[in-house]
Design a protein around this ligand. Structure first.
Ligand code: G
Ligand code: G
Ligand code: NA
Ligand code: MN
Length: 255
């Protein structure tokens, strides 16, 4: 497909970059983390978001290349933010199922961070339930468990949209559940969405996990989520994903 070719060219020309969206504490409004979301810069300077080239993630070698670039750039950005004394919390990196197939994910992550003197507690790995669809369950669980012992945080992304979600929670070493945006979108107008959000929050409490709500766009949603005990919030109410150069300004403006 044309768009996948364009992504491959952008990778070669170093035009695939992370944008960062803040994730804030529901009770204190403090920045807890930034999620890194890949963006393609067109030669004319325009920015293409990941949703517009999702086909690229169906190709394991293109995905591997994207993950490699994102990991390196995230590590570079974290190093520079630490050096500038910015309180960014940590950074969330999205990982695809195919990233686990090569067997060197742990080594690559450890090398990218250790070579820059960054502790692994600055990293959150965001995985989706698709990692379970290909018989990778054991590999994924082992890899994540080893990384967690080194201080990294694991988040289960898009929770509620996948298949057999509850089974996965039992077998996966997960610290954080990210409730999918589709439930947050409708929770104030649809009782079944609200019931699902409440159920996830109760389940997480019992399992000793934290919850992030995705796609929070209104104060009413934020208030309701805070009352129900949701730990952290992410969405346009706080900020849209921003280029690395704007992260410093964003953090300073909030003080
Ligand atoms: O940012 P945007 O709304 O365009 O993201 C669309 C989808 O692409 C989201 O599901 C997001 O998780 C995924 N995505 C964004 N950045 C990355 C990335 O760096 N790696 C992977 N594997 N997925 C990403
Ligand atoms: O699948 P994943 O959760 O990683 O996708 C996150 C995507 O959702 C990002 O591309 C981001 O741009 C988008 N997003 C984040 N917050 C909001 C929001 O409040 N509203 C909308 N419409 N999209 C959002
Ligand atoms: Na994500
Ligand atoms: Mn998500």
């Amino acid at each position: 497909i044309q768009i996948v070719r364009e992504v491959e060219a952008a990778l070669t020309e170093h035009r695939m970059v992370p944008h960062y969206q803040p994730i804030v504490g529901s009770a204190d409004g403090q920045v807890w983390a930034f999620e890194a979301l890949v963006r393609m810069q067109r030669p004319d300077g325009s920015i293409v978001s990941a949703a517009q080239f999702h086909e690229a993630f169906t190709d394991p070698s293109v995905t591997h290349h994207i993950t490699t670039r994102m990991l390196e750039q995230v590590a570079v950005d974290i190093r520079s933010w630490i050096d500038r004394g910015l309180e960014f919390g940590r950074v969330g990196l999205n990982i695809s199922a195919s990233d686990f197939m090569r067997g060197d994910l742990e080594t690559r992550i450890v090398a990218a961070f250790a070579s820059r003197g960054i502790p692994l507690d600055k990293l959150v790995l965001e995985v989706t339930e698709t990692v379970f669809l290909q018989g990778l369950e054991d590999t994924v669980a082992t890899t994540l468990q080893r990384l967690r012992k080194k201080g990294l945080t694991v988040a289960l992304d898009d929770f509620g949209t996948g298949y057999a979600s509850l089974t996965h929670l039992r077998s996966l070493p997960v610290d954080i559940i990210k409730i999918d945006k589709s439930f947050i979108d409708t929770m104030l107008v649809d009782e079944s969405s609200l019931a699902i959000v409440e159920l996830v929050l109760n389940l997480a409490r019992k399992l000793d996990m934290k919850v992030t709500a995705e796609g929070v766009e209104s104060h009413r949603q934020a208030m309701c989520l805070l009352e129900m005990g949701c730990n952290t919030l992410q969405g346009y109410l706080f900020a849209k994903p921003m280029g690395r150069e704007r992260v410093g300004e964003y953090l300073c403006a909030r003080k």
